[in-house]
Design a binder for this molecule. Structure first.
Ligand SMILES: [Zn+2]
Ligand SMILES: [Zn+2]
Length: 184
């Protein structure tokens, strides 16, 4: 990185002249504080307080994006909540298989709301693509689980569900969309 080398050279020159480091952004300000990441000297105006110490504005920007990554245990919680919540919503949906279009859309909206709230709670209010996908997965799983679990057990209700299948698919798509948008 040529820019860093130039900075380093300037800093070395400043140190040689005054005997003390000067802020890398304000060469006329002496300082004894330096960035905890790149070790460049910083004046009090340029210091950025972060959970891992004082940083320069350049380095403070990097950890912020790194911290935006969800912790694996919270993502696991979000996925587990989506799976368990989806199963529970699925139990309710199993009793509501014969439905009209209007009812299917309202139900889809409600399932989306419930799943987004559940995933946000489980993930500690983390909003991001990962949790949004978990919520969308949970919403679709809520619709799929009764078919997967009860398939073959009750042929009558399966026949019923096939008749309203297009509405169910529409409701599932809406639920997944609502859950995704509300979590993201
Ligand atoms: Zn730095
Ligand atoms: Zn400065």
């Amino acid at each position: 990185m040529p820019a860093d080398e130039a900075d380093g050279g300037g800093e070395a020159t400043a140190r040689a002249v005054s005997g003390q480091a000067t802020c890398y952004r304000h060469p006329n300000r002496e300082t004894s504080i330096s960035c905890s990441s790149c070790a460049r000297p910083l004046c009090t105006d340029c210091m950025v307080y972060t959970p891992v110490g004082i940083k320069c504005p350049d380095c403070a920007r990097l950890p912020r994006s790194a911290r935006a990554q969800i912790k694996p245990n919270k993502l696991a919680r979000a996925i587990a909540a989506a799976a368990i919540g989806g199963l529970m919503i699925g139990w309710v949906l199993a009793f509501l298989q014969s439905m009209g279009l209007f009812f299917a859309l309202i139900l889809g909206y409600l399932v989306g709301l419930a799943m987004s709230a559940l995933v946000l709670w489980a993930a500690g209010r983390y909003r991001g693509v990962e949790t949004a996908r978990a919520a969308a997965f949970g919403a679709i799983w809520a619709y799929l689980s009764p078919y997967i679990i009860f398939f073959g057990l009750d042929l009558g209700s399966v026949a019923d569900s096939l008749a309203s299948a297009p509405f169910v698919v529409l409701g599932a798509a809406l639920a997944a969309y609502i859950a995704y948008r509300r979590v993201l």
